[in-house]
Ligand binder design. Structure first.
Ligand SMILES: Nc1ncnc2c1ncn2[C@@H]1O[C@H](COP(=O)(O)OP(=O)(O)OP(=O)(O)O)[C@@H](O)[C@H]1O
Ligand SMILES: [Mg+2]
Length: 214
């Protein structure tokens, strides 16, 4: 599958990697399940996924508007889940989080969506913790629910949820990261071993009203 010629490709990615991490990522990349997921991406998107898998501590993925960053994230999440990794998926707005989740739902990836039900898209509301916990009677069952999903999605400001007192993640992926202020972004990053920031700082910067803080 190729992207339309009107859109340019994701062109910049940077990651900090170690040799052992590199060989592990090569193993994941040569897995047949991974190969079939990566078929959906163009070559630059595949390189971005590969860089993210190589990341020792973090990876940054930069792409112009509409170049397939969110699509890349959804494939990266599928690759990570297929390799038994846990992923915390986040962005500043509910809409941005739900956009990735729609792609994951289409690919039959299961996840837990934190956040108030009415803020979540109707087609994703059954994945919310509140709905999933509606039949739960004990604290232990609730803990099991929180542990059970490889992918947990929330807005950056949702990281005060009770789930985070018992769980940390292999990867934290932040979409539209360039529109998020550092203090807000640090919350989710602290919950994972490796973080991946995806965005474009040439688009809209974060909204900061204080002139001094800007
Ligand atoms: N490899 C691909 N092949 C075909 N279509 C693609 C591919 N990657 C992305 N697209 C399509 O391009 C459009 C933009 O993709 P996407 O939303 O992932 O880009 P983005 O970089 O996240 O955009 P934005 O800058 O608005 O956040 C979508 O319609 C998506 O389905
Ligand atoms: Mg996007």
């Amino acid at each position: 599958m190729a992207m339309s010629s009107q859109t340019s490709d994701i062109t910049d990615y940077f990651s900090q990697q170690s040799p052992s991490q590199n060989s592990r990522s090569q193993k994941i990349l040569s897995d047949p399940a991974t190969e079939s997921i990566l078929q959906e991406l163009n070559s630059d998107q595949r390189k971005a996924v590969s860089k993210a898998l190589c990341a020792h501590q973090y990876a940054l993925i930069l792409g112009m508007p509409g170049t397939g960053k969110t699509t890349t994230i959804s494939c990266l999440v599928r690759v990570l889940v297929a390799s038994d990794k846990s992923v915390l998926l986040t962005s500043y707005t509910h809409t941005a989080v739900d956009n990735i989740l729609l792609k994951l739902k289409e690919a039959n990836v299961d996840f837990l969506r934190l956040g108030q039900v009415h803020k979540v898209l109707p087609e994703l509301q059954s994945y919310t913790a509140q709905m999933a916990a509606s039949d739960i009677k004990t604290v232990n069952e609730l803990k099991q629910l929180y542990e059970s999903k490889s992918v947990v999605a929330t807005t950056c400001l949702g990281v005060n949820h009770a789930l985070f007192s018992q769980r940390s993640f292999d990867y934290c992926i932040v979409d539209e990261a360039s529109q998020i202020t550092q203090p807000v972004c640090i919350g989710p990053l602290r919950r994972a071993r490796v973080f991946i920031l995806v965005g474009d700082h040439y688009q809209l910067p974060p909204l900061v009203q204080s002139v001094e803080a800007r």
